[in-house]
Design a protein around this ligand. Structure first.
Ligand SMILES: Cc1cc2nc3c(=O)[nH]c(=O)nc-3n(C[C@H](O)[C@H](O)[C@H](O)COP(=O)(O)OP(=O)(O)OC[C@H]3O[C@@H](n4cnc5c(N)ncnc54)[C@H](O)[C@@H]3O)c2cc1C
Length: 259
């Protein structure tokens, strides 16, 4: 936000530093609800290192490892990242595949909003001006689920990010559930429903054989614009390439015991 202010894009007469508010930076696993709870003021660096994240959603630590640089990770918060809703960001793309929700507290009370309903567009969220984000809640990822986050960029911020979670059926044969999202190429992180539908029901071997067809369906969910990160055609092509790579990498993770 300070960078945007320095460019003259935002002007405020008063600013409140939420980072001095105590008690909003916890990172805990709530065993009663089986939910990973991230305080909105938790920094990227703290999330990357948190034992609760390592144990219950190690993929989030992998995502945080790729965010910005050490200086930014030590100051930037997960709440600030989501509330700014800058399209070229990472955690939100993973969160939409995890069906995460955010807690907003305002002058009229509190409410929970699914992350999918929270993001409206570039720099636009469903948060009301009087509301502050206090927490991000992530439901459990089951033992038959594996995930991957792949990112590509040529600038400070990412050009493209793909998160893919696959869940196998109890026989560990076919894909029972697929949750795949792309970030940066649309104004907000976007679930690739057509790709998910095509992946579901296939065995891992079939999926690996048909990656080109499955990945090509990503084009139906995105409508990128040409900008400094590349032309619209380039982003379409790169999305299909990274969806294919992400799915191949997730399939490889079923060989390993870690969730
Ligand atoms: C050089 C650079 C590189 C970066 N690279 C990446 C990257 O690779 N991937 C990535 O995902 N991100 C990246 N970022 C973003 C960064 O990681 C931070 O998440 C982001 O800048 C938010 O920082 P902040 O917590 O200081 O929020 P601020 O800048 O202080 O706030 C951002 C906005 O959110 C609002 N806000 C903040 N917290 C709350 C809250 N709890 N409730 C309601 N509103 C709130 C503020 O009012 C403001 O409008 C990068 C940033 C920089 C500067």
């Amino acid at each position: 936000m300070l960078l945007a202010m320095k460019e003259g894009l935002l002007r405020y007469t008063e600013l409140i530093d939420l980072k001095t508010v105590p008690g909003l930076d916890g990172i805990v696993y709530d065993a009663a609800t089986k939910t990973l709870r991230l305080g909105a003021l938790a920094t990227h660096a703290a999330i990357e290192r948190a034992p609760a994240v390592a144990q219950h959603l190690p993929l989030l630590a992998e995502v945080e490892r790729t965010v910005a640089n050490i200086r930014v990770k030590s100051a930037g918060t997960i709440g600030g990242n989501l509330c700014f809703a800058e399209p070229h960001a990472d955690p939100g793309t993973l969160f939409v595949t995890c069906d995460a929700s955010v807690r907003l507290e305002g002058t009229t009370g509190g409410r929970d909003v699914s992350i999918d309903d929270f993001f409206l567009g570039a720099y636009e969220t469903s948060r009301e001006p009087h509301e502050v984000m206090t927490e991000i809640r992530i439901p459990p990822v089951g033992p038959r689920t594996r995930g991957v986050y792949l990112k590509f960029g040529i600038h400070e911020r990412p050009t493209l990010g793909v998160a893919a979670l696959l869940t196998l059926d109890p026989d560990r044969d076919a894909v029972a559930d697929a949750r795949i999202a792309v970030g940066c190429v649309n104004p907000r992180p976007t679930r690739l429903r057509e790709v998910e539908d095509r992946a579901r029901g296939r065995t891992v071997a079939e999926l690996l054989r048909t990656l080109a067809e499955v990945g090509a369906a990503s084009a139906q969910a995105i409508s990128p614009v040409s900008d400094l990160h590349g032309s619209a055609d380039y982003k379409m092509e790169m999305t299909a390439v990274f969806v294919r790579r992400a799915l191949r990498a997730v399939c490889g993770r079923f060989e390993r015991p870690a969730a």
